[in-house]
Design a protein. Sequence first.
Length: 120
Amino acid sequence: MDDDERDELLARIEGLATPDPERPTSIDPDVEHEVTVVDAITRTVPNPAASGEPMSDYNPPPTMTSTLTCQTCGSTEGWTLRGRWGSPAVISCPAGHVVESRDRRWLVGVMQRALVTAAR
Ligand SMILES: [Zn+2]
């Protein structure tokens, strides 16, 4: 697989609700990694406007993109992710606040995507 194919695959993976990227051989699943993500982290969540009866012919998309924001200081970028391949990420903002999320599957996926990106 060359870089273009991998980028295309990653783009397709990003678009799926349950991303499980393939583990690059350079990433040891038994080692805890620390990855700094400079850009904002986005996630796809159910669109609350899409639930319930539509009020008009306009149907909102069933999902929406939400940007991860520190609930303590409001940071949206400069995240540090710590964790292993296949385990939930521990996400902290530049000020060191740990972001809580009960969505374990998303935390696993965001760690894998960060590791794949860092391994390039
Ligand atoms: Zn913070």
